[in-house]
Design a protein around this ligand. Structure first.
Ligand SMILES: [Ca+2]
Length: 323
């Protein structure tokens, strides 16, 4: 964190702590407002992702030119590379195409149940699955990612609300932003882990002892090199884009936001990543695209992003100027 960032968050922390009772006050200290606490926590968790160009899609790995499974790929700098795709996504992850992105911020964690509860409480919305809170599995504790019970509208609504209470343009990440961030600015890795490989029990859930459908507290395993947690595993995640399996056919894109509507593909939105039920590494990779009906409530969680290339100093001034 640079000095500018530290100053920003220090000032923000001070601003939300004003109003706590003094030493001589007999009343117990008032808890900080849950919305202010959520804002402070969220801003602290936003990771800046510098803009750039990358080859979106299943870029695979380089092999010798005599490998019969290889294909010549044009890389983002125009050079040629002879490569074999990673297993697990053979259709919608092609063709590989160049994408140019501006910088943005993305939350280092999946949105948790505890955070989502602040949103539903503040907006008079029903708490998600209250009847499951006491289950012994722990899958519905406040530090778990919110996923069951939240459709795309709920995920998008949370990010839009964060935008309203902060004055910052929070949104769901686009599909291209999500993949670029998961691949630590477009690296040709197979998984969004610390090493790019899946090491069950160390940098991901233990498929031998873990619950088949179990879910971990967010941030339980090492982050990817960019500092983002659970971009491989835990919950798969809603992104902003509508689904179109042929969208990659459009070739080079700049800040793509996907199809303009979802009419043709039966109102499906895209989700990315994969959940723990996919415990076979041969079926999964960071390129995988998983469309779901927009009102589907049995799978994807989400995290929010901010489309901006402006400095944290300007972000601070935006927060300070909010009504
Ligand atoms: Ca995830």
């Amino acid at each position: 964190m640079d000095m500018d960032t530290q100053k920003f968050f220090s000032l923000f922390a001070i601003s939300v702590s004003i109003g706590v009772s003094g030493c001589n006050d007999q009343t117990p200290p008032k808890d900080s407002d849950p919305i202010d606490a959520l804002i402070e926590k969220t801003l602290n968790n936003m990771v800046y992702v510098g803009g750039g160009s990358f080859m979106m899609g299943n870029i695979g790995y380089e092999v010798p030119e005599d490998d019969p499974n290889g294909t010549w790929i044009t890389m983002e700098d125009g050079s040629k590379s002879y490569r074999v795709p990673f297993p697990g996504c053979s259709k919608s992850c092609f063709p590989i195409h160049k994408v140019n992105l501006s910088g943005f911020y993305i939350n280092k964690y999946e949105t948790t149940i505890g955070e989502y509860d602040v949103y539903t409480e503040a907006n008079g919305l029903p708490m998600v699955y209250p009847e499951r809170r006491e289950l012994k599995s722990g899958n519905y504790l406040p530090d778990r990612p919110v996923y069951v019970g939240v459709d795309w509208h709920g995920a998008n609504g949370y990010c839009q609300w964060l935008g309203e209470v902060t004055g910052l343009p929070f949104e769901l990440p686009t599909e291209a932003q999500w993949e670029y961030a998961a691949r630590s600015r477009g690296q040709a890795v197979r998984f969004a882990t610390d090493t790019g490989e899946l090491d069950f029990g160390r940098n991901s859930w233990d498929r031998h002892t873990g619950s088949f459908y179990g879910i971990d507290p967010v941030g339980s395993y090492p982050p990817n090199p960019l500092g983002l947690y659970d971009m491989t595993g835990n919950a798969n995640e809603w992104v902003r884009d509508w689904y179109d399996p042929e969208i990659y056919e459009q070739g080079e894109q700049t800040n793509p936001t996907g199809p303009k509507d979802g009419d043709f593909w039966n109102s499906c939105k895209m989700s990315r990543g994969f959940g723990r039920q996919h415990s076979d590494a041969s079926e999964i990779n960071v390129y995988r695209r998983l469309p779901k009906k927009i009102d589907y409530t049995s799978g994807p969680g989400f995290r929010c992003s901010i489309d901006t290339d402006i400095s944290l100093g300007e972000l601070k001034s935006n927060v300070a100027d909010k009504p």
